[in-house]
Design a protein around this ligand. Structure first.
Ligand code: YH5
Length: 282
């Protein structure tokens, strides 16, 4: 939050993405539980088909993840993660939109970059030893996300004195660590990590103060689609959280979010189109 000049275009691998309007990142999970109980081949094929559908619906980027990081989820070995993600990257390379890979493992980052990933989206903000070295000499964008604890245990007892300033300072420090390593500001996105070691109250305070985070000048990514906080607020299961997801997304965009990570691309695009028409008319 210490730098004020806003990044206007994101340097994202093969792409230079204008940030005047919010970008929609479509979520593609390459995990057996999400698509099928068949083998890895079925899982990969289903993910590729799903990504093509999200691109047809108008996704500006695709985020490919081979490890479930939902609260309580077990970790996946990097070798298995690579075996899931790389065939999806290979299949989608020429689909016309930037490809992001959601991983915290440097070996997966390296494989992803070798196979054309345009962004590395790391829920651990490149804290794993060697992670910064992997991205430094590449052209990919990086998303640095705040998380308190580890996915397996992070929701057991989240605690902060001042959640907004603590998350802000953490992200500032991670941006600084990348910059001293030689990563240009134009490649760095920040994310407060909704649901990652946070209570409902923490999530609401962070969403409400997103403008403070955005004032730091780095593009802000927000992922709230279908998350538990929406279940907490509405009482609905994950499959019935679309209306809640759209409301939270628009609240984030109103406070300066540059990229929204969503499962429901067509509906999110419609909501954003209506939202932006009102802004544009003024
Ligand atoms: C994020 O916010 N989130 S994976 C639990 C759900 C629904 C969805 C209980 N990767 C983010 O999407 N990367 C994930 O229902 C992310 N920001 C960034 N940058 C978790 C997820 C989910 C979890």
């Amino acid at each position: 939050m210490n730098l004020l000049r806003p990044v206007r275009r994101l340097a994202c691998g093969r792409f230079s993405l204008p940030l005047e309007r919010p970008l929609v990142m479509g979520v593609v999970n390459v995990t057996p539980d999400s698509f099928s109980d068949g083998g890895r081949h079925d899982t990969v094929d289903a993910a590729i088909a799903h990504a093509r559908r999200l691109i047809a619906e108008g996704a500006d980027l695709i985020d490919i993840g081979g490890e479930s990081t939902r609260p309580g989820a077990a970790p996946v070995a990097p070798e298995e993660e690579i075996a899931r993600v790389v065939p999806v990257l290979d299949a989608l390379r020429d689909c016309g939109v930037p490809l992001s890979v959601d991983t915290r493992h440097p070996s997966t980052m390296r494989a992803a970059i070798e196979h054309g990933a345009d962004m590395i989206n790391d829920i651990a903000a490149l804290r794993e030893p060697g992670a910064i070295d992997v991205v430094r000499d590449a052209r990919c964008a990086v998303c640095l996300m705040h998380m308190q604890g580890e996915p397996a245990t992070m929701q057991q007892a989240p605690a902060y004195d001042e959640v907004v300033s603590e998350v802000g300072h953490f992200l500032d420090a991670r941006v600084a660590a990348l910059r001293v390593s030689g990563v240009a500001r134009e490649r760095i996105v920040v994310d407060p990590g909704i649901g990652f070691g946070k209570t409902l109250r923490h999530n609401l305070l962070l969403l409400g103060a997103l403008d403070e985070l955005a004032a730091g000048g780095q593009p802000v990514l927000i992922g709230v689609s279908r998350k538990s906080m929406l279940g907490d607020l509405t009482g609905r299961p994950a499959g019935q959280r679309l209306a809640g997801s759209l409301a939270a997304m628009l609240a984030a965009v109103a406070r300066g979010a540059a990229i929204v990570r969503v499962h429901d691309v067509a509906e999110s695009r419609d909501a954003l189109r209506v939202w932006m028409a009102i802004d544009d008319a003024q």
